[in-house]
Design a protein around this ligand. Structure first.
Ligand code: ADP
Ligand code: MG
Length: 237
């Protein structure tokens, strides 16, 4: 216990919630399968970032997460790696199936960044990742979705458009990520985010990431997360 406390102190992470898993500070100890470990090694990261050290084992244990850490702290991989592991545990794809992992992000640029990370680390598994954002061709995005996929990265408004068009459905989603939740709210996406959450099965795993943690995010967290582990890295502003 003392060791765990000391490790968290060194990492600069504060953790709250019932029975949070221990942080893990080397890639070899995450319990990743060989293929994922290989693609992490290929990225030439020497060690997990502090948020990864605490969030990855927490996500792998199946818990919901509120992750608060500033930009550049490595949050993308902190949810992509557990999502890929989640997929490998249960994948069985039929043509036209909807995603198992759904990641919502505020902008086209961020969606594309996450999409590229998912492709990079998911390559060894030969999975389909589709990215949908406002301003892109609805026709192309819906065609991509209709092929079937395991992961969708999307902006909230466009995701709803795609579901309405019946290009895909959210029936298989069991792993939901809200990235940059505070920015999504600033951009006015709260109703769309809530609507999507309400259409994903309630026994899903949900990860919420944000650079700040104010009232509205706290309220959302209370509404959509189950028994979350809250991980704060650095100073809360
Ligand atoms: P955030 O979402 O917290 O703003 P990102 O996930 O975009 O941060 O990561 C920021 C940068 O750090 C990216 O270029 C990413 O490739 C890199 N990165 C992620 N994890 C590690 C790591 N463990 N070691 C070194 N660099 C990393
Ligand atoms: Mg990010």
């Amino acid at each position: 216990e003392d060791q765990v406390r000391e490790l968290r102190r060194t990492l600069g992470v504060k953790v709250s919630g019932a029975l949070p898993p221990k942080p893990v500070s080397s890639f070899g100890h995450f319990g990743f399968d060989d293929q994922l470990l290989k693609s992490v090694r290929k990225a030439e990261y020497t060690q997990p970032t502090p948020i990864q050290a605490q969030a990855v084992p927490t996500a792998l244990s199946g818990r919901d997460i509120i992750g608060i850490a500033k930009t550049g702290s490595g949050k993308t991989a902190a949810f992509i790696w557990p999502l890929l592991t989640h997929l490998m545990d249960q994948r069985e794809l039929r043509p036209g199936d909807g995603p198992i992992g759904l990641i919502l992000a505020p902008t086209r640029e961020l969606s594309l960044q996450i999409y590229n990370e998912a492709k990079k680390f998911g390559k060894v598994y030969n999975i389909n990742v589709v990215c949908c954002y406002g301003g892109g061709s609805k026709w192309e995005q819906s065609k991509a979705l209709e092929q079937g996929c395991e992961i969708v990265v999307a902006t909230p408004g466009r995701m709803i458009d795609m579901v309405k068009m019946k290009a895909t459905n959210l029936r298989r989603v069991t792993f939901l990520v809200l990235d940059e939740a505070d920015r999504m709210f600033h951009m006015g996406f709260e109703p769309q985010v809530r609507s999507i959450c309400n259409h994903v099965r309630p026994d899903r795993q949900t990860l919420l990431f944000s650079a700040t943690f104010k009232k509205r995010i706290e309220r959302l967290a209370r509404d959509i997360l189950t028994d979350p582990v809250r991980i704060v890295q650095g100073d809360l502003n």
